[in-house]
Each structure stands twice: as structure tokens, then as C-alpha cells.
Design a protein around this ligand. Sequence first.
Ligand SMILES: *Cc1c(COP(=O)(O)O)cnc(C)c1O
Length: 405
Amino acid sequence: MMYNGIDFDTYFKNYPDENGYFGKYGGCYIEEKLKKAMQEITDAYFTICKSSKFIGDLRRIRKEFQGRPTPISHLERLSNSLGNVQLYVKREDLNHSGAHKLNHCMGEALLAKYMGKKKVIAETGAGQHGVALATAAAYFGLECDIYMGSVDIKKQAPNVARMKILGANVVEVTHGLATLKEAVDAAFEAYSKEYKDCIYCIGSVLGPHPFPLMVRDFQSVVGIEAREQFLEMTGELPDAVVACVGGGSNAMGMFSGFVNDPVDIYGVEPLGRGTTLGDHAASLKYGTEGVMHGFNSIMLKDENGEPAPVYSVASGLDYPSSGPEHAFLHDLGRVKYDVVDDEETIDAFFTLSKMEGIIPAIESSHAVAYAMKLAKQMGRGSILINLSGRGDKDMDYIIEKYGIR
Ligand SMILES: *Cc1c(COP(=O)(O)O)cnc(C)c1O
């Protein structure tokens, strides 16, 4: 399929290019001392990902450990309450550990194992990536260092406990504001010293090349399964596909299955409390081109051109940029990026819970909220939503802040 001059039949072969660019976005903007480490990962990935043993191992793990394929569920009651559009959800909440993140963490940790590394390193903000990586590390018998700001350690006590129970080493970062940014710096600093024994595992389709490519590949299982399952269930493709976008990994996984189809694709960003800078994390909607954390993309900047403070009720979505491939698909117009705010999201959280017996993660509730609005606009047809995770982790917070609705 041709779209705006891009041939989507050969899209995955051509994007990113060999230097990790999706058009002008992506690349590898890192210090000299980390270049060698990144090159090692790139070389290893391009060799190993083609080996039938690696592919076979990953397939077996997805089935026997992760519980894949995850099903698609038809939201019959919710659809009927909205009109004639049929809504469906891809159940990544049923993936082991409760979200899509394990899809790329298992891939990254398996790569580490194949490269003969002893350890995986990462940073975490809300702790979701840390928990998924700690799970993967335990499975493969790898050491796991998770860098986390002391402010986040206090806020995310249950996830810190999970990581520790899984055997990970949670490294407290105390300098600066002691949140995600400082944790990223500390983790990269440690990695530059230890890269012979470990690999850095990035938690989304972000960071320097080859991570946006690699994480997309590992997440593409979501889109591949979903396309096949949806065809089998309904005999046709969905009219629209919807996913929430933080860094963009669950969305890229889902979208990769449908970019070459006549399907409308929607990425949903968090509008939080409103359009004022600092009150949202809708980077693709309101941001501008810039380089941060090792890649060129569209980002929210403060008056000094530094990453701006961001906010969302969903801690997994409050990142001031999104993966370079999203920036590319945004400019191309192939994916439409839109927003929903905190209120609409919390409404959708309760609606899906009460009408369908599925408690969604607050992140995923953004996609549900958008699909509910879209269903009313479309009038007829079908929408497939990527339900990126389950809401168990969010229940205490929701009850405390919003009460029962
Ligand atoms: C982390 C997380 C997200 C956001 O990350 P992406 O890379 O944008 O997918 C979305 N949903 C859940 C459940 C998450 O844990």
C-alpha cells in the first residue's frame, strides 16, 4: 500500500535506515564512550535476530512463560451502550506480569543471554519497566540493576517490593530532583563503565538506535497476533485501531500489524489537566523537533530547550517525547495522534470495569476513552483497542483520588 509517497509493502525493510533514522527522526546521539557499546548491541541484534534458534526460543517463551497469544475480547455490552460500532480489545492485560512491557523485556534479556552478558541495567520511573525487566532477568538467571530516583522509590513502594522479591538490585539515585531524569543519567553512567558485562535495556521504542527498532520488533507480536485473530473472529479487518502513546511501545507493536492495511490508526496521548505546558504529556500534539535521551524526535521543551516537566494521571505516559517512529508516522499522516484528558480517562476506567469485567491500567484507559468517543463519531464499523495493561497497580490510587464511581 502506498501512503503519501511511502511504500508500506517494504516499510519494515526500509525504516529505520541503517543509521537508525525514520526520515529525519531517530539516530544515535550519545557520548563517544557509549558508541562502542551501542554498536555492539546493534551488531549482535542484527546477527542474532535472524538465527532460527533465537526465534525459536523467543516463540517458546512467549507461549510457555508469557501465556501468549493473548486473546481479543469483543466488548459487547459497551458497544451496545454506545450505538452500532463494535469495540474489541487486545488483552495485553493478560500477558504475564500484567502488561505488554514483558514482550520487549523478554526479548532484550534473551539477547543479553545470547551475547554472553551477566547483567541487565535499566532505569525506571513509575517502576513498571523495572518490574518487567526484573521478571525477565529472574527467568534467565541474569543480574538486574534498576536505577530509580529516591522520590520515585517512595511513591512506588509496591513496585519496588516486586523488583526486590524478583531478585533485582534497586539502585537509589539521590542527586538533583531524584526522579526519572537523574535515574536515566545514573544508569547510563553505570552502563558506560560496565558495558562489557551487561546490556542496557530501554523500556520503550525510545533512545538511541537500535532500541526503537528492536523494541518495535519485539512488540510486533501484538500486532501480528491481533490482525490474525481479528480476521478469524470477524472475517474482516477492523475499521480503526487505537492505542495509548507514552514512549510508544504498545502502540508501535499494535500499529505495525496494520500500517500496510486500509485501517485508520489512532495514537492517544494524555492531555492530563489541560493544554498548559506542564499539565499534560501530549508531546506529538504540542511538541517540536529536538534531541533528547539519545534520539531526535518531537518533544515538549521548556524555555531553555530542555525536556519540559510533564504530567499525566497515568504514570506510564508522563514522558516529554515519544519514539522517533511515531514522530515519522505523525508527520506522514499515516497515524493520527489525538488526546484525551484525565477526566475522560477515569470515566473510561470505571465504564470498562463495570460493563465488561475488565479493570484496565490508567494508561490503557486513555485508549478506551478515545475509542468510546470515536465510536460515537463513526456511527458504524469496528474499532480494535490495544488494552496495554491491567489496572490492579492503579486501584489504590484511583480509590484514594476519585473514590468509587
Ligand atoms: C508503560 C506503559 C504504557 C506506556 O508505554 P508505551 O511504551 O507507550 O507503551 C502503556 N500502558 C501500560 C500498561 C504501561 O505499563
